[in-house]
Design a protein around this ligand. Structure first.
Ligand SMILES: [Zn+2]
Length: 85
């Protein structure tokens, strides 16, 4: 399993194509990585993979935020409805 040690938090790197975290093969200095499961090649090596993963995580966080906001809104609407009944 490839892990990003450049940041304080542990980021498990996953393939952006198939999402696999265990099928990476890389050269010695991690400047080239290939996902053995789907064949996706990362010619930028580990730094490319880290970049892609960070974007992925950010978009996931945005999704979660939107989801939470929706739930809060639904909850507020519910409460308002019960108040004004
Ligand atoms: Zn893959």
């Amino acid at each position: 399993m490839l892990k990003n040690n450049d940041y304080s938090r542990t980021l498990i790197l996953r393939c952006v194509v198939c999402g696999d975290t265990e099928s990476f093969s890389h050269n010695e200095d991690e400047t080239y990585i290939i996902c053995k499961r789907c064949g996706r090649e990362y010619f930028g090596g580990k730094s490319e993979l880290v970049d892609l993963n960070e974007q992925f995580i950010e978009s996931e966080v945005e999704d979660i935020k939107a989801e939470v906001a929706k739930e809060i809104q639904a909850e507020i609407n519910k409460n308002l409805n019960s108040i004004f009944k």
